[in-house]
Write a protein that binds this ligand. Structure first.
Ligand code: IFM
Length: 440
């Protein structure tokens, strides 16, 4: 790698990230059914109708995986807790085996000198709650607060940090407007409600964790840089609106207690009643903000219904899933977030990485493309640090190859290769390169 730990400020943290449904093996340990199970079982939603039943079998191979983190010289591990594993029906009966699992996970990290960074929700909504309207139902904020109380009542005394919801844009827009993630809806009214309720649930969880005496609480949002397709004012407006509902909506809700006017032109008529009264909860103070960043999109105006635009292919080199590689976007978000929203709070890059068509050849994986991607993005993080932007850590997505949602198991995002038949783990060249760069 071009940069090492020593190129970053003292105390800067390096981590790797995963999520529960993508690695654990959801069919084990008494977890309840989630909306991802039923979404994947519906033809046409997921490549090969693959699901997270077995995934990487992390549920049974946790120790081996935690050793990979330790031997990779990471400081922090960002994992998530599955709502349906802890409360199989979403509310009510607790699955003690699920709580025990997360308890062992946290202790296993601490024993290895790693900081546990928990995310409460990374998309495995229990089906019973989906039946009640899921994220469209305002009550979800209180159901989520109750789940928060149960899981953090067990591990909250030992986690280093906690964030309620991974990538609210995916929960709201991707799942209810674009229909690409569970529950696969394509409906603007549902979208407006889910976008608001996910932030309300975020705020209720923050309040709940404060009530438990926890600190180092944050919000993790995913951002995509929007580039206008051409020099016209129409294209500029289209890209600005994309930036609005993708990036500014969530930051603005949490840090400025308002939603962007351009986004409300479309979503406003569909918002739940009295949404304006919820900002004190949504804006409950957080201690840091996390940015998940991968790519940019080129946006062109069209004559269709709001938001009157579509994506067009861009000219830059692309990853295995067709995402353009654009490290400048990461720098731009670090600066914008600091200057316009978080205003001095610590910022973490909570996810960054690429999917690559990695092949295991003679027991090794030469993923030069991943090393180059990480080098280029870490250079932008360093630039931000050098300019005084308070970036305090960088997490690679992902520790290991895993279930990439509607794309199934083909895209490989891991530093560690997983053979999905034998479940054997093989650290890739990028893992070894990063481990050397992070040596203390
Ligand atoms: O795999 C996902 C993860 O679940 C959330 N952030 C983006 C990753 C890559 O698509």
């Amino acid at each position: 790698m071009k940069l090492t730990r020593r190129d970053f400020p003292q105390g800067f943290l390096f981590g790797a990230a995963t999520s529960s449904y993508q690695i654990e093996g959801h069919a084990q340990g008494g977890a309840g059914q989630t909306q991802w199970d039923t979404f994947a079982a519906t033809p046409g939603n997921v490549v090969g109708a693959q699901n997270g039943d077995r995934a990487c079998d992390h549920y049974n191979r946790m120790d081996e995986d935690l050793d990979l983190l330790k031997n990779g010289n990471f400081d922090v591990y960002r994992f998530s807790t599955s709502w349906a594993r802890v409360l199989p029906e979403g509310r009510g009966t607790v699955n003690q085996e699920g709580l025990d699992f997360y308890d062992r996970l946290v202790d296993g990290l601490l024993e290895r000198g790693l900081k546990p960074a928990a995310t409460l929700y990374h998309w495995e909504l229990p089906v019973q709650l989906a039946d009640l309207g899921g994220w469209r139902n305002r009550d979800i904020a209180n159901w989520f607060a109750d789940f928060t109380e149960v899981i953090m009542g067990r591990i909250g005394d030992r986690v280093w940090s906690a964030a309620p919801i991974n990538e609210p844009w995916c929960v709201g827009w991707l799942s209810h407007f674009l229909g690409q993630h569970a529950p696969g809806m394509r409906d603007i009214r549902s979208t407006a409600r889910a976008m608001h309720h996910v932030l309300l649930a975020h705020g209720r969880a923050i309040e709940t964790m404060r009530g438990l005496g926890m600190n180092n609480l944050g919000a993790v949002c995913n951002f995509e840089y929007a580039t206008p397709a051409d020099a016209s004012p129409e294209a500029a407006k289209a890209a600005t609106l994309y930036d609005g509902y993708y990036n500014r909506f969530f930051l603005s809700g949490i840090f400025n207690k308002s939603y962007p006017a351009d986004v409300m032109e479309g979503l406003g008529p569909h918002m739940p009643e009295n949404w304006q009264d919820d900002f004190d909860v949504i804006g409950a103070p957080v201690d840091w903000v996390g940015i998940n960043y991968y790519t940019r999109k080129i946006i062109a105006p069209n004559d269709g219904p709001w938001p009157h635009h579509n994506e067009v292919p861009g000219p830059l080199p692309k990853t295995q899933v067709g995402w353009e590689i654009f490290p400048e976007g990461l720098y731009s978000f670090l600066k914008r977030t600091h200057e316009g929203y978080s205003r001095g709070l610590p910022i973490y890059v909570t996810e960054n990485g690429l999917a690559n068509d990695d092949k295991l050849v003679n027991g090794a994986v030469n993923d030069r493309a991943r090393i180059d991607y990480l080098d280029a993005h870490m250079a932008k993080v360093k630039q931000a640090c050098d300019e005084g932007i308070p970036v305090k850590g960088y997490f690679t997505w992902s520790l290991m190859d895993n279930y990439e949602w509607s794309l199934g198991y083909d895209p490989r995002f891991g530093l560690v290769h997983v053979d999905f038949d034998s479940l054997q783990r093989t650290p890739k060249a990028s893992y070894h390169a990063l481990a050397a760069a992070l040596a203390r």
